[in-house]
Ligand binder design. Structure first.
Ligand SMILES: [Ca+2]
Length: 262
């Protein structure tokens, strides 16, 4: 009798252990589901070659252009058609005058030579974002600019390469030195909440040569945003099925233990 009671207790204890294991595994599966409720991905937003408006005739001592509504050239509202400078063109990246080592085996849009009349070229491109992309607060710009550049996202400065922090930068501001023209720089971005918009957004870049006599100048750029996405329903279902399978297997083992312990 005591032996039978001992076996019963042993079987019940084993049953409790297996049921606890089932609950644990189910909890783990649910935790995985919660943990993977969103996942981070890098969305490539601007991928070269991409279309840009550009101004490569900004003259020495010339003011940056404004449009008929007084919008500055880096503003999202700026209208190139009414630019005070005139002369905006459209073309695909990359852009270059002279030989840019990083554009080897590519066919860049040819820029106006800087010598002797100008030092700075202006570029603008637009892109569209959905609600998830527009909520991004970080990303990466991969840029090669010869020799220095400043990027503006929807009118606010986003990154700066090889240009000092003097304010304001003018059409006569040279790059700090001769930039490495063979390597794209990957610049981590911090994006302020509200800086991106659902729908159309605009990136403007000004590129500065190191001197009037320097023989090359260029720009190429890619932009990615870190976005949080919800998994596809199929992924969620797969996790739910796995959780159900865990609990079923554990329950069967618990029943088997109870039968063998009797
Ligand atoms: Ca140069």
């Amino acid at each position: 009798m005591l032996a039978e009671s001992g076996l019963m207790l042993k079987g019940q204890a084993a049953c409790v252990r297996f049921l606890a294991a089932a609950v644990f595994k189910l909890c783990v599966a649910v935790a995985v589901l919660h943990a993977t409720g969103r996942f981070c991905a890098a969305d490539l937003i601007i991928s070269s070659p991409s279309q840009w408006n550009y101004l490569d005739t900004l003259g020495f001592n010339q003011a940056y252009p404004i449009d008929a509504q007084q919008n500055v050239w880096s503003s999202p509202s700026f209208n190139v058609a009414t630019s005070s400078s005139g002369g905006w063109k459209t073309g695909p990246s990359p852009f270059a005058q002279g030989i840019i080592d990083g554009f080897f085996n590519r066919s860049p849009t040819i820029l106006n030579p800087t010598s002797p009349a100008h030092l700075t070229d202006l570029f603008r491109t637009s892109f569209s974002l959905d609600a998830i992309q527009a909520s991004a607060v970080s990303g990466t710009v991969s840029v090669l600019c010869d020799d220095g550049c400043v990027g503006y996202l929807n009118g606010a400065e986003l990154f700066r390469v090889n240009l000092n922090t003097e304010q304001p930068i003018t059409a006569n501001t040279p790059a700090v030195n001769v930039n490495d023209e063979a390597v794209y720089r990957n610049i981590p971005l911090t994006i302020a909440p509200g800086q991106l918009h659902v729908g159309e957004n605009m990136l403007a870049v000004e590129v500065h040569n190191v001197s009037f006599t320097n023989g090359d100048m260029g720009l190429d750029l890619n932009l990615s945003l870190d976005v949080q996405r919800v998994p596809e329903p199929a992924t969620v279902s797969l996790i739910a099925v796995a959780a159900a399978a865990f609990s079923t297997i554990a329950a069967r083992r618990a029943i088997a233990v109870m039968r063998t312990s009797r």
